[in-house]
Design a protein around this ligand. Structure first.
Ligand code: ZN
Ligand code: ZN
Length: 179
């Protein structure tokens, strides 16, 4: 790791709270994506990440690339895979990185070390992104829920018996659902 990476790694560990193999996976993915797509830290929404898991690694991606839920450039497609899609809005290029399975059985500290030093192109496979670049985050007007009166962003309101209601007041129609 060069000095720049070391600095960011420390920030990621501070943000996440501990060092672990999962954080290292996200950290390496973020730097590899930076290389491939010529990315910088995203002040606004130039860089978008869609993560296929909600585990430790996502925290490193937030710190390194500035993708965050609040800015709307960190999105989830939760299918439980160690895979991340990255998008560069300026060039319209994107890549999906998926962690290659490792053959040997390793303890956690061994794993951490393994992921720290392995070459990025050995660590991840690149595939084209499967999800189209999401549109920029939109701002939504809010309206009062006609049941509880609480202000709710329009896109979350539902119509129930002719009233616009929030999801807390909405009774889902699950008669045909098995679970
Ligand atoms: Zn962790
Ligand atoms: Zn309500």
């Amino acid at each position: 790791m060069n000095k720049y990476m070391e600095e960011h790694y420390q920030k990621a560990v501070d943000f996440h709270g501990h060092e672990c193999p999962g954080l290292m996976i996200g950290f390496r993915a973020a730097f590899y994506a930076m290389d491939i797509l010529e990315l910088n830290f995203s002040e606004d929404e130039e860089v978008v990440c869609i993560s296929e898991n909600d585990a430790c690694g996502v925290d490193a991606i937030q710190v390194v690339l500035g993708c965050s839920v609040g800015k709307g450039n960190l999105l989830f497609h939760l299918v439980g895979k160690q895979a991340f899609s990255f998008y560069n809005r300026q060039t319209n290029r994107s890549v999906r990185l998926i962690l290659n399975p490792s053959e040997q059985e390793m303890t956690r500290p061994e794993k951490l070390n393994h992921y720290k030093y392995i070459a990025a192109e050995e660590m991840f496979s690149q595939t084209p992104t499967k999800i189209a670049l999401p549109t920029k985050a939109r701002l939504f007007n809010s309206q009062a829920c006609e049941e509880c009166g609480e202000m709710t962003a329009e896109r979350w309101l539902r119509v129930q018996a002719g009233k616009k209601v929030c999801l807390d007041c909405f009774i889902p129609y699950t008669r045909l659902q098995i679970d």
